[in-house]
Design a protein around this ligand. Structure first.
Ligand code: SF4
Length: 217
């Protein structure tokens, strides 16, 4: 245990140092979670290769307790969105996110996951996964290096360090609603925008009806 683990203002007698700690429940809770973050094992595009590199011996994110990449969302704490998020893929990503148990975190790795990257405004690409699921950490780059990903993971650890059992969302009395799965049709539809889309369509219909139809020759 590090010195940080002890709460300041409590002197531990020298003969008991390393054996006794005076700390808070939040610190114990966060310390155990931050050092055992299990990422979900999936990659979407070229950034996925850099994520794989971060797990190999040269960079080795097992040093941070993150080596247990899980093939099931039920056992994962962290979704690393590593690559281009296409409109065809986002329903699956949201479904996987919903299937992860709390506490759960999302890291957007690279320009594509963060904002569409080089494909922004392309016909088939979502311009940022945060349009659909909440993102905790963004890692810039195209692709980000394994070192950049490690920095993002350490940033996530720092975020966990300052969370408190008193106000984290997974212990909130109000249940957290699952995110509606986007619908892929001719284009992508976010069910949360359904009312907006309905109003817009109705307005357009009225506008079109007001335009006089050209008489047939
Ligand atoms: S950010 Fe660059 S490297 Fe990463 S998936 Fe997009 S195009 Fe590929």
């Amino acid at each position: 245990m590090t010195e940080d683990f002890n709460s300041p203002g409590y002197d531990i007698p020298p003969e008991m140092e390393g054996q006794v700690a005076i700390t808070t429940l939040d610190k114990v809770y966060n310390w155990s979670r931050r050092n055992s973050i299990w990422p979900m094992m999936f990659g979407l595009a070229c950034c996925g290769i850099e994520m794989i590199c971060a797990a190999t011996s040269r960079f080795d994110f097992s040093r941070f307790g993150m080596e247990v990449m899980r093939p099931s969302p039920r056992q994962s704490d962290l979704m690393i969105v590593s690559g281009t998020v296409t409109k065809k893929m986002i329903p699956q990503i949201v479904r996987l996110y919903n299937q992860m148990p709390e506490p759960k975190y999302v890291l957007a790795m690279g320009a594509c996951a963060s904002g569409g990257g080089p494909f922004k405004e392309g016909y088939s690409v979502v311009d940022g996964v945060d349009k659909f699921i909440p993102v905790d950490v963004y890692v810039p780059g195209c692709p980000p290096t394994p070192q950049a990903l490690l920095h993002g993971l350490i940033t996530l650890q720092k975020k966990i360090d300052i969370q408190s059992i008193k106000n984290v969302r997974w212990y909130s009395k109000d249940p957290v609603e699952a995110i509606p799965i986007p619908v892929l049709g001719p284009d992508l539809m976010d069910p949360r925008e359904y009312e907006l889309i309905k109003d817009y369509t109705a307005e357009k219909q009225v506008e079109e009806e007001e335009v006089p139809v050209a008489e047939e020759a």
